[in-house]
Design a protein around this ligand. Structure first.
Ligand code: WT7
Length: 635
């Protein structure tokens, strides 16, 4: 039996049982057998969910990049570590071997040091999906700097908020970025953001689009000349297990984004372990996760998990629709991809296009398909299974979160029998619980409730950067002694889990986590807007789309409504980014509120989904008449 690589269902059950019976023994064996430590731990686990304090492998020392790069040099030095596929298919793909990656990361790390960056400093990375992004992440980890990657689709305001929240001293960016036929002025966004970020002393700029950009004297430096001069070896900083590795922001249902902080050893062990099992990785595989490294999926399953296993991981710069809708299938054919890991939104969008885009390509290299980020509907699951996997590739519907660091519930391909829309069984070490509204655990099968996790796993986030109280309140106070996920789930008769969706005010749009309150706050900045409420409604491709109910100030009332809609979306784009734009905006004279002044979102959700046959109890409303008006004018 192998703890590390599960190959049969019996083995899964026995490994799982062991992981629950004696988690410390289980994880210490995994950690011992498969990773490189400078010093072993004194204590495997120390935890207190009431205080929201968790540490794994206490007292151990390591560097994650030694595990992701150095230790492969003897056995896999000439193997491709990162395969870069550019936005434009006419540009050649780039194979970066483990040896080359070692040199590039070392040089980059030395540049960071020369710029005065050291252990514990925060470095913000705002880059498109080019090799420099993965190299920058690893270079930070090499010297013990804490990286905070901000998705390059975020706006200047979103970027400056994150930079200031984590106190980054340096920003790494590029002149611009390519996205399909468009090129984006990334550096322009950076310049705007940095007007509000006095703490950023240096900006490193990679060249990608060769656009003319402004370089601020004394602050901005072209990256390449610095790399050219840097020494190609960098002794890794020896880190403690619980030293922070990165901060990654995720939106909450209220307030500013939460900087989830992950630490070194536990994150490494868990992301590597789950990658190995969920993708049944073999030596000659070419694995492709289509996410952006700006999200946790990219951190764990493009960079750290695959590299810790010595895998070949693909980085794709472009979009599924460019030059046409066959791009994904073309890449699979061209690089003989063995595992494809993508989002249901992408599958739904591609399933709408002509099937010739798919059938004109050879997809026979595929062995395993994965989905992540949102529930996958049955229709999309079947299309993926029939047309992409040709009914031969198991689909792993992987459920997890930025906060969890790695996949918590997922089938293990060729091990766990799959059922469409079910994330199926917990990974070893994961102890799910379904809770009712009174805080009691719902035992048995064929039940549904709020999904919690009873016991810590190595890659659980350790805190919200700068706000431990909020971490405790958000995740550990709803149900005593448990980590609360914010999701609802059901458990079927055989114990399989199906995620039913968020139970809080977070809406998953195209797989992106969006809190309603931050969007409302930004809309309310528009001079003509008095108040607003955002809800989600079902959308064919995006899963959910956003519906905004907006009350205008008197000054706004005479204005052209379509122009106002455009302006409101413009405000959202500036504050958050285009991903948070509203699909529908309805102007209303009031919002349904309870006597205590709380907006009844349940009613607004029903109206937005055109499901008004039963609005439920409206008797507690302060202003029931407004509901009829909103329904009459609903879009
Ligand atoms: C939320 C977390 C997981 C990395 C990318 C998103 C939803 C995620 C699934 C799935 C149904 C899913 C949940 C979760 N979600 N995976 N397989 N089935 N829902 O990370 O941005 O932190 O979002 O995404 O609602 O809580 P995230």
């Amino acid at each position: 039996m192998s703890n590390y690589h599960i190959k049969h269902l019996e083995e899964y059950f026995s490994v799982y049982r062991k992981s629950v019976r004696d988690p410390e023994l289980f994880w210490s064996e995994v950690a011992e057998e498969h990773f490189m430590w400078r010093k072993k731990w004194d204590q495997v686990l120390d935890w207190d969910f009431d205080k929201a304090e968790i540490s794994w492998f206490k007292g151990a020392q390591l560097n994650i990049t030694e595990n992701c790069i150095d230790r492969h040099l003897y056995t896999r030095g000439n193997k491709t570590a990162i395969l870069f596929e550019p936005n434009d298919p006419k540009e050649p793909a780039i194979h970066i071997t483990y040896r080359q990656l070692h040199e590039r990361v070392s040089k980059f790390a030395n540049v960071l040091k020369d710029q005065g960056i050291g252990k514990g400093d925060r470095v913000c990375i705002y880059l498109p999906m080019i090799p420099e992004l993965a190299v920058a992440v690893l270079a930070c980890a090499r010297i013990g700097a804490i990286h905070s990657v901000v998705f390059a689709g975020f706006s200047a305001t979103a970027l400056s908020t994150r930079i200031n929240d984590c106190g980054a001293k340096m920003l790494i960016t590029s002149d611009g970025s390519f996205r399909g036929a468009k090129s984006i002025d990334l550096k322009g966004i950076v310049d705007e953001a940095l007007e509000d970020c006095p703490g950023v002393a240096a900006v490193l700029v990679a060249k990608r689009t060769h656009a003319e950009i402004h370089m601020e004297a004394g602050r901005d430096h072209w990256l390449q000349p610095l790399l050219d001069d840097a020494y190609g070896d960098c002794v890794p900083e020896v880190m403690d297990s619980e030293d922070p590795l990165f901060i990654l922001y995720t939106s909450g249902s209220t307030g500013k984004p939460k900087g989830m902080m992950h630490t070194t050893a536990g994150y490494m062990v868990y992301s590597a372990y789950t990658f190995k099992n969920v993708f049944q990785q073999k030596e000659n595989d070419v694995y492709w996760c289509t996410a952006d490294i700006g999200w946790i999926t990219g951190h764990s399953y493009i960079v750290y998990g695959p590299l810790a296993n010595g895998a070949t991981t693909v980085m794709f710069e472009g979009v599924p629709s460019y030059p046409d809708y066959s791009r994904f299938w073309d890449i699979i054919d061209k690089h003989k991809i063995t595992q494809l890991y993508t989002a249901p939104t992408a599958i739904r969008a591609l399933a709408k296009e002509n099937l010739d885009f798919v059938t004109s390509h050879d997809l026979s290299s595929l062995r395993i398909l994965g989905t992540v980020g949102e529930p996958i509907n049955e229709e999309a699951w079947h299309w993926y299974n029939d047309h992409i996997g040709k009914k031969k590739c198991p689909i792993v519907d992987t459920w997890w979160q930025t906060e969890t660091g790695g996949i918590l519930i997922s089938p293990i391909p060729f091990v766990t029998p799959t059922i469409p829309t079910y994330a199926t069984l917990p990974m070893p070490g994961i102890q799910p619980a379904l809770m009712d509204e009174n805080g009691e655990e719902i035992k048995g099968n064929q039940v549904d409730g709020r999904l919690c996790i009873k016991f810590p796993w190595p890659s659980i986030a350790r805190t919200i950067w700068g706000d431990h109280q909020r971490y405790k309140d958000t995740y550990f106070s709803a149900f005593k002694g448990m980590y609360f996920t914010g999701d609802g789930a059901l458990r079927d008769e055989v114990g399989y889990y199906r995620i039913t969706g968020r139970v809080d005010d977070v809406i998953i749009v195209s797989g992106h986590n969006l809190g309603t309150a931050p969007i409302e706050d930004s809309i309310n900045e528009h001079p003509a807007v008095a108040e607003s409420a955002i809800v989600g409604f079902p959308h064919d491709i995006k899963g959910n789309a956003l519906y905004g109910y907006v009350i205008l100030k008197e000054t706004g009332e005479g204005r052209d409504r379509d122009n106002l809609r455009k302006e409101i979306n413009q405000v959202i784009t500036e504050h958050i980014g285009p991903i948070a734009k509203l699909d529908k905006i309805q102007f209303v004279s009031g919002l349904p509120k309870t006597r205590s002044g709380k907006i009844m979102r349940r009613i607004l959700r029903k109206i937005a989904s055109k499901d008004t046959s039963n609005l439920g109890d409206t008797s507690t409303l302060l202003n029931p008449e407004v509901v009829a008006e909103i329904m009459k004018e609903a879009l």
